[in-house]
Design a protein around this ligand. Structure first.
Ligand SMILES: [Zn+2]
Ligand SMILES: [Zn+2]
Ligand SMILES: [Zn+2]
Length: 460
């Protein structure tokens, strides 16, 4: 008995018989398994800049009328392949700022630096998995029968498993301050910005310098990422580093007072102090926004095997891995939705848990009020009100994602020049491309899936 090939496999076999199959296959394999490529229509010509001669012309016609290009999305839920590349780049970028590499000298590893976690404050009790000394503790022990204003139990004696769906859910939704949580998210980026300004001021003050004098002898730089917690609020994880006046370069001399304990103490003091007052006090009550009381600031060692998440010094590799991991996630890790919500009616059918839906609903409600119009809360409702970037770094931290991508493009151009027989000449590519759609045909999707699994369908 023979089994019929699935339709997509049959289409792939038929495709393999076509004369342009090799070019078609190359185009898809080159995308590295991207799940949702962009189609371009157009043409390009490579010129020799010395002689002005046209060396090579190519158009989308060689790929069945379309040139496919990888989507480049950073999020693992959208495109695992492109997100993997983004994660690797972020890892190298963060690591270079800790131990050197990518044009950053190794001497950077002697600069004082800390790994800090800045949390959101509480907006009401939520079910929590508490672990101490390797043992799971009761969620929220309270006297039996103790209730909130609404008659809901004030405590929870369960030892929640890591996969318990109640984790992050409020004990009483009516006690939970949804407006406060949403406003905190809307201002989280500004809180971070204020934190940076205050930290410079604080370090300067501790060593007896004015801010101007401080700027002449030292610089602070950072790389940070936002991570969604189960309760639907973000944490910031950040590497904060103290450099000489010229940043991480070897010519930059660190001032004698620069040390890790100074940085740890200053970061702690400032996290506890930064605050902003949210607008709209007459609508939802006065909200003073600040970071949560759980503050974790620890040194980063270049060599130790420390793991980010423990109280020991964190190792550079663990910190870089941690930041890179969260740089590829979005609000979906809190159980929210992938895409923007454009109409209130969409909320009725969102496949999210009740707590997330209430947060999204609060974004929608506040976003429709004139007091909160500048915050764009409806636009960021699917992110639970946080409209900031997921991973950012200050200008002087290390290399940039753009520089890492450019290095790859330069390498490809070098290979192309070698194949054209003009390795020593510089070339320029002039092209004109237009967007023509997204995605794969069934046979291309099958090939892309095999690339993702590391196969690549050799032969043909
Ligand atoms: Zn992709
Ligand atoms: Zn509980
Ligand atoms: Zn209550």
């Amino acid at each position: 008995m023979t089994t019929a090939l699935p339709k997509s496999a049959a289409a792939l076999v038929a495709k393999a018989a076509e004369p342009e199959f090799a070019a078609w296959r190359r185009n898809i394999v080159r995308l590295g398994g991207c799940t949702n490529p962009i189609h371009l229509v157009g043409a390009a010509t490579v010129y020799d800049t010395t002689t002005g001669a046209a060396l090579l012309s190519y158009g989308s016609d060689v790929y069945g009328g379309r040139l496919l290009t990888a989507c480049g999305n950073r999020r693992a839920t959208v495109c695992p392949a492109c997100s993997g590349l983004y994660r690797a780049d972020t890892y190298h970028l963060v690591r270079a700022g800790l131990v050197g590499g990518k044009h950053i000298p190794e001497t950077v590893s002697r600069h004082p630096r800390v790994f800090a976690t800045l949390t959101a404050p509480g907006f009401g009790p939520v079910h929590t998995r508490r672990e101490r000394d390797g043992r799971v503790r009761a969620c929220r022990p309270r006297r039996a029968g103790e209730c909130c204003l609404h008659g809901a139990p004030a405590g929870c004696r369960e030892r929640h498993s890591a996969s318990d769906p109640r984790l992050g859910e409020p004990l009483c939704p009516r006690c939970y301050d949804y407006a406060g949580a949403v406003l905190w998210h809307a201002f989280a980026g500004r809180l971070w910005h204020r934190f940076g300004l205050e930290l410079r001021r604080e370090v300067a003050r501790r060593v007896g310098l004015t801010r101007t004098e401080f700027g002449e002898v030292a610089r602070l730089s950072y790389a940070k990422v936002a991570e969604y917690q189960r309760r639907g609020l973000i944490h910031f994880h950040a590497v904060i580093r103290l450099d000489g006046p010229d940043g991480p370069g070897s010519g930059s001399t660190l001032p004698s007072w620069a040390g890790v304990p100074l940085l740890v103490d200053a970061v702690r003091a400032v996290i506890g102090r930064v605050r902003l007052v949210a607008p709209g006090a007459d609508v939802v009550g006065r909200r003073v926004l600040r970071f949560g009381p759980q503050v974790d600031v620890r040194p980063v060692s270049s060599h130790s095997r420390g793991v980010a998440g423990e109280r020991r010094p964190a190792s550079a590799a663990a910190v870089a891995g941690y930041i890179a991991k969260y740089a590829t996630k979005g609000a979906e890790s809190a159980g929210a939705v992938d895409g923007r919500i454009r109409h209130a009616r969409e909320m009725v059918v969102l496949p999210v848990r009740a707590h997330v839906l209430r947060t999204i609903g609060t974004c929608w409600w506040l976003g429709g009020l004139p007091e909160f119009a500048p915050l764009g809360l409806r636009r960021w409702a699917h992110m639970l009100g946080y409209g900031g970037h997921f991973s950012t770094k200050s200008r002087g931290y290390s290399t940039t994602l753009t520089a890492l991508r450019q290095a790859r493009a330069d390498h490809r151009a070098e290979q192309q020049r070698a194949s054209l027989g003009v390795p020593d000449h510089s070339t320029v590519t002039v092209g004109q491309w237009r967007y023509a759609g997204r995605g794969y045909s069934p046979e291309a999707a099958l090939l892309a899936a095999s690339v993702r699994e590391g196969g690549g369908l050799h032969g043909a």
